[in-house]
Design a protein around this ligand. Structure first.
Ligand code: NIG
Ligand code: FE
Length: 414
């Protein structure tokens, strides 16, 4: 390391600096309890936050490199806690079918939807998948996303699921973003197992052992949905995953109120995701647990569905995170900022809640809370500089990219 790299870096004159100090999980009313430092500064040493404060306290670091961020708002790097990052091809051919009234599940039943991406992903080489995902990550980075959870689930056979997870492992090793891997072989029942669900679960079980052995994923997720996987199938499969030491996530109540959210609390899953159709009773169960509600407004928008009841969830006391659900079918967009803006403009969340939902709670939903999501001393110096004089402006100027600069572990990456 050259002496210059060894130096401290001080970012000062920050108009509003959001640290989001305190608890690594923010539930209910604590989500909006977020106050910025005015005229703030951040001191970075070896990729970590050394000190944050306001005023001139940084002047004692005489030998540091100084950078003024006058007039800007600085927030922790955004964490996209639900994506289907690795896949091949695209599905623009389904757009007109959807517009003519065919539902997402009807398209899936006819062999399209997830299953058509599965066919393309099986055929694609490691390199093709890697290059596509690399491009996606770069696009996410430009929107301020410094950490990404990535689900498999477009292989639905051992070889291709492992291929997807290995692509994530390579991307993770290369950086700059931090990646968290989720095995989602239970994304759909592949055609060849149509008459033999048992056999598919036997394959998934085998995959769990293999993935554990090779340390290719820390989470396991399942699509618990009418016509996909039932609550009892999900309970059994996730139960085994938990025994093997995986953390759990569930695609729950996306289209129908099957009870996935309640199952998530029963299994102490880290998160229940989607939740468009959950009953109020199940949302209250969620509120009395530490399971995080990961909401995906871009998917509601794109599938022309109602938005999740974020306001009620937070008022009940839930911890809410927001994510893009980036995937080729129900959310072909990397724009997490737009998800945040929908949360405020359409789901009645406050700007502070939306910020908490992509930082503190998203870190927790991704198992990254020890190092990410807050700008406290000792944590990774992942932060973004917004071209916005205040937080409200960020939500008001919707649909464009308001991220000006991005830092990961203290290094400027945009
Ligand atoms: O989260 N719901 C299941 N999985 C994805 C969609 C995947 C696809 O359509 O390719 C989702 O919406
Ligand atoms: Fe999803």
């Amino acid at each position: 390391m050259s002496p210059a790299e060894n130096k401290l870096s001080v970012y000062h004159n920050i108009n509003l600096l959001y640290i989001l100090e305190g608890s690594p999980l923010r539930k209910g009313s604590t989500m909006t309890d977020v106050k910025p430092l005015q005229n703030g500064y951040i001191v970075v040493e070896a990729g970590k936050i050394k000190e944050v404060g306001s005023g001139n306290g940084y002047l004692k670091y005489q030998d540091a490199n100084f950078y003024s961020l006058a007039g800007k708002t600085v927030v922790p790097g955004f964490i996209d806690s639900h994506t289907h990052l690795v896949f091949a091809g695209s599905r623009e051919n389904e757009m007109r079918r959807k517009l003519q009234g065919e539902s997402y599940l009807e398209i899936l039943k006819s062999g399209g939807g997830i299953l058509s991406t599965v066919r393309k992903t099986r055929e694609a080489s490691f390199d093709t998948l890697y290059k596509e995902a690399r491009t996606t990550l770069e696009r996410m980075l430009s929107f301020g996303v410094t950490s990404v959870e990535a689900k498999s689930g477009y292989g639905l056979d051992l070889e291709t699921e492992l291929k997807q997870l290995e692509v994530v492992a390579k991307l993770k090793a290369e950086g700059p973003q931090t990646l968290v891997s989720t095995f989602m072989g239970a994304h759909a029942l592949p055609g060849e197992y149509h008459d033999n669900r048992q056999a598919y679960f036997a394959l998934l079980e085998k995959a769990l052992y293999e993935i554990k052995k090779r340390n290719l994923a820390s989470f396991v997720d399942i699509f618990c949905e009418e016509g996909v996987f039932s609550v009892s199938e999900s309970r059994e499969f996730l139960g085994l995953a938990k025994e093997l030491g995986f953390k759990l996530k569930i695609h729950a109540d996306e289209m129908s109120a099957l009870g996935g959210a309640a199952l998530a609390t029963e299994l102490k899953a880290v998160s229940a995701e989607h939740l468009l159709a959950s009953s109020d009773e199940d949302l209250q169960k969620l509120a009395s647990s530490d399971t995080i509600a990961v909401l995906l407004p871009l998917t509601s928008f794109y599938l022309n569905k109602p938005f999740a009841k974020a306001r009620a969830m937070i008022d009940y006391g839930c911890a809410v995170a927001l994510a893009s659900d980036y995937n080729p079918g129900s959310s072909p967009s990397e724009n997490l900022q737009l998800a945040m803006q929908f949360a405020v403009l359409k789901m009645k969340m406050t700007p502070e809640e939306a910020l908490t939902a992509v930082t503190v709670n998203a870190a927790k939903a991704s198992g990254l809370e020890a190092t990410k999501g807050r700008l406290m001393p000792g944590m990774d110096a992942d932060f973004v500089v917004l071209a916005a004089p205040n937080l409200d402006y960020f939500f008001y100027r919707f649909g464009i990219n308001l991220v000006e600069e991005v830092y990961i572990k203290g290094k400027k990456v945009k």
